[in-house]
Design a protein around this ligand. Structure first.
Ligand SMILES: Cc1cc2nc3c(=O)[nH]c(=O)nc-3n(C[C@H](O)[C@H](O)[C@H](O)COP(=O)(O)OP(=O)(O)OC[C@H]3O[C@@H](n4cnc5c(N)ncnc54)[C@H](O)[C@@H]3O)c2cc1C
Length: 340
């Protein structure tokens, strides 16, 4: 039976370092322990919060329910052919350690996703992405437990309905499944993606055939460390807002008023704006409100150096949203999820 800890301080379990209390907290290392935790929540009628590394949540207040910290470990090769290896990884494994493990074992594809904080089980929830790669390109399938029935279900890549920072687990099946393992299809031969401009620039003087995935990983780590604050030093949750996708007609109006606007084409009709640029242009870079701060090096990141409440951070986020809406008529959507 896993240990259920009452009135548990979550400050060290969320990278924003918000000092919120969980009514109950339990760490689970196996599917059996997970089932016991789910049964406890059902019997006691407690709301659930599934927790990995806590790097994509904002705790607005104390959580009146059971926080289940997923700590299952394990990696296993489940299939292989001439080109690919299928690697099944437990949800509680650390994401960056998986990237390192894959590179150490000559399995490729994850290198652009180096140094993203958090767990393997949370990665499909928002289809994590960075430097031109999203995990939807590498997930073969995943296993998940239905929270109500306790039954295990396999989701194919297609049935996860991955999209930009999105999946079925944030939409139609929100709060219905716990991801217990993810099976990745990794390349046996290097299959580099250097399309992201900052990454391409890092290798501008080298012939592609001579670049290794390990070097790509090192370059991604260098670029990330130069731009993003380390949550262990300055608490944050990475990008606080998604990059908004708007119609070309709206974009043309904005471009006429702001010729330097930063945007990337998504489809014939849609264009993705850099949320960081909008926030910066609206004058928020480096600003502090109630202890929460807009990061001076990257306006898309809100930081919590004084470890104030989640409510205070959300207040700053709301002011930013309003001001971007007023100045650009663009709605910003938060990337991390808010609890309770
Ligand atoms: C400095 C920094 C940089 C970042 N950079 C990036 C980036 O480049 N790209 C990117 O995409 N993200 C980035 N993020 C966001 C974050 O790292 C990812 O979203 C990550 O996948 C979150 O993992 P986690 O284990 O910390 O999730 P948590 O914060 O613990 O949980 C996030 C959500 O997933 C749910 N969840 C967690 N585990 C499970 C599970 N096993 N089953 C079902 N639901 C679950 C939670 O209930 C919650 O709703 C960054 C964050 C930080 C702090």
């Amino acid at each position: 039976m896993p240990l259920f800890l009452p009135q548990f301080n979550l400050q060290k379990f969320n990278t924003l370092a918000v000092p919120a209390l969980a009514q109950y907290f339990v760490s689970v290392k196996s599917d059996d322990e997970l089932r016991e935790a789910l049964a406890f929540a059902r019997t006691e009628n407690l709301p659930l919060l599934l927790l990995g590394g806590g790097s994509n949540i904002v705790l607005r207040d104390d959580f009146p329910g059971l926080v289940v910290h997923i700590k299952s470990q394990g990696r296993e090769v489940v299939a292989e052919n001439d080109d690919y290896v299928w690697l099944k990884v437990a949800a509680g494994e650390n994401w960056h350690q998986l990237v390192e493990y894959s590179l150490d074992n000559a399995l490729y594809g994850l290198e652009n996703l180096s140094l993203i904080p958090g767990s393997v089980g949370a990665a499909p929830i928002q289809n994590i992405g960075a430097y031109g790669v999203e995990i939807k390109e590498l997930v073969a399938e995943l296993s998940a437990l239905n929270i109500r029935s306790g039954l295990s279900v396999t989701f194919t890549n297609e049935s996860c309905r991955f999209a930009y920072r999105d999946s079925i687990f944030k939409q139609a099946l929100k709060d219905q499944y716990v991801i217990t393992s993810v099976t990745f299809r990794l390349h046996k031969q290097p299959n580099l993606n250097l399309t992201y401009p900052a990454l391409g620039a890092a290798f501008a003087d080298i012939v592609e055939a001579e670049i290794t995935p390990q070097q790509v990983s090192a370059a991604v780590i260098r670029i990330r460390q130069s731009k993003l604050p380390d949550p262990a030093i300055i608490p944050n949750v990475g990008s606080f807002f998604k990059n908004p996708v708007i119609a070309h007609t709206q974009f043309n109006n904005l471009k006429a008023r702001h010729p330097d606007i930063v945007a990337y084409p998504v489809s014939e009709n849609q264009i993705k704006l850099a949320a960081g640029w909008l926030i910066d242009k609206a004058g928020w870079r480096g600003k502090e409100v109630g202890g929460a701060v807009v990061h001076a090096q990257q306006a898309l990141v809100l930081t919590n150096p004084l470890k104030v409440s989640g409510a205070a951070v959300l207040e700053l986020a709301e002011l930013i949203k309003q001001s971007v809406l007023e100045q650009f008529s663009v709605i910003l959507e938060m990337e991390p999820r808010t609890y309770p």
